[in-house]
Ligand binder design. Structure first.
Ligand SMILES: Cc1ncc(COP(=O)(O)O)c(C=O)c1O
Length: 456
């Protein structure tokens, strides 16, 4: 029933769709202005989070707009988001996926698909099969490691460096064996890996190079964006990360030969590459004869890889799209917060190991990592900071081989994982995310210093 039918006596102006939409979005903006502003910081009372969402009315308005569109699945917002991120990285393709974990799964699984073989050049890295090895650090996030195991590949664990918390690049070459096919490593806590060394090793040994860039959006090495060095790279858009869409992630595809298979892995494994809402992009939807299928079998239902459905919804993508405009500002604020901690905590050299960034790198810090000196009780520092309302995190899984779920995994371990154990026992990180203000950083730095000085 229209408003005019309900109120026949009253002259009612029935708003057009754009008018009604504009009014709703204005109200959403008003809601953001009144109810989503950060509260004033009260030292000791307010929480100093390690991470969090930072957003404006644009994110909420995009989300409301996507709701009104009611597209629901990956749609126009997802395409726009992918296009924006592809341009940001100057990549061949950017795939929006539903988490950083899914991005990692997409990348590793892509390299294991038989379908890939027909596209790969004669020289260079080969398709991976079960039993092949992937070099990866022992200090890692579980879902960087999991796709290696889930694809029947064997992880080769290499120790990490204290200070950078990254895989020790000097140990990688010696860890390569006859079945090693790939290196897969994260830019831990946003601190770039030594891409010069990694690219050189990968090239000389015909290895795939996968970057886990989930914590490192905007980081650079030698002036080049991290995520653009490897054959593929992953991103996470979980709220703790540099930009967010709630749950979400992305795959940066830098290698042309991987583009189709990676897309197929995300999209059920199908051979068809129609964008959402499209039906005959290849122009011969019923004209293919592939595999042992009958002639003309619908391309939409033809599967050339063993895939998943890892797509994002348009609601998620709408939030992500608004966040892309903030990347520059977010990275700058993370760097400023990191620099402020660095300046303040220099006095603790000897008590703690300060973060170390490669001279050619510029981090896009996810947090500020601290390793306490031997003999200092790391857990006491954690309690001290948490009691002061300063959130802390450990460096992900520590030495992941000590985790209950990973004790009996198939693996090869290169050398001793001494630093990985040290990181597990003595390291934490605290926040540098853009929601933190200079007075919050000062307060957190004061408390860290007080732990070592005031408290003795
Ligand atoms: C290095 C790294 N890789 C992968 C992930 C997984 O991302 P998501 O939580 O979006 O699945 C994370 C999450 O924090 C991470 O830090």
């Amino acid at each position: 029933m229209s408003l005019a039918e309900i109120f026949p006596e009253t002259q009612v102006h029935e708003e057009s769709e754009p008018e009604l939409r504009a009014r709703i979005l204005e109200l959403v903006g008003e809601h953001w202005r009144r109810f989503h502003q950060p509260k004033a910081f009260v030292p000791g009372h307010s929480r100093v989070p390690y991470a969090g969402r930072v957003y404006g009315k644009e994110e909420m308005q995009n989300l409301a707009g996507a709701t009104l569109d009611f597209w629901l699945t990956s749609g126009p917002y997802a395409l726009k988001f992918e296009e924006t991120m592809k341009e940001f990285f100057g990549a061949r393709r950017f795939l929006a996926v539903n988490s950083g974990s899914s991005a990692n799964l997409t990348m590793v699984s892509t390299l294991c698909q038989e379908e890939l073989v027909k596209r790969l050049p004669k020289t260079g890295p080969k398709r991976m099969i079960a039993g092949d090895e992937v070099i990866t650090p022992a200090v890692t996030f579980p879902t960087t490691l999991n796709p290696i195991l889930q694809n029947g590949l064997i992880p080769v664990f290499v120790d990490c460096e204290l200070g950078t918390y990254n895989i020790d690049p000097h140990q990688i070459e010696a860890a390569i064996g006859p079945r090693t096919r790939a290196i897969f490593a994260p830019h831990t806590v946003g601190n770039p890996l030594d891409m010069e060394m990694l690219c050189d090793i990968a090239k000389r040994h015909d290895l795939w190079l996968l970057e886990d860039g989930c914590d490192a959006l905007g980081a650079t090495f030698d002036g080049q964006l991290c995520g653009t060095f490897g054959h593929m790279s992953s991103l996470s858009f979980y709220p703790a990360h540099h930009i967010t869409m709630g749950e979400g992630g992305g795959v940066v595809v830098n290698d042309l030969t991987l583009m189709k298979t990676a897309t197929s892995m995300r999209d059920w494994g199908r051979d068809c590459y129609c964008e959402p809402g499209m039906s005959d992009t290849c122009g011969k939807r019923f004209g293919w004869t592939l595999g042992d299928l009958p002639k003309g079998y619908d391309h939409k239902y033809t599967y050339s890889s063993i895939g998943y459905n890892l797509k994002v919804s348009d609601m998620q993508a709408s939030v992500g799209l608004a966040q892309t405009h903030r990347i520059g500002d977010f990275v700058a604020r993370r760097r400023a917060n990191f620099a402020q901690f660095m300046t303040r905590l220099k006095v603790l050299e000897g008590d703690i190991i300060l973060p170390v960034v490669h001279p050619k790198a510029e981090a896009s810090p996810f947090g500020f990592p601290i390793t306490v000196a031997e003999g200092v009780d790391r857990n006491a520092l954690v309690r001290w900071l948490e009691d002061a309302n300063i959130e802390t995190r450990l460096v992900f899984g520590g030495n992941i081989l000590r985790q209950p779920g990973y004790r009996n995994i198939p693996k090869r371990v290169h050398g001793e994982l001494v630093n990985s154990d040290a990181i597990m026992n003595r390291s934490i990180f605290i926040g540098v995310y853009p929601g933190l203000t200079p007075d919050m950083i000062d307060y957190a730095a004061d408390r860290v210093i007080a732990f070592f000085r005031g408290r003795g």
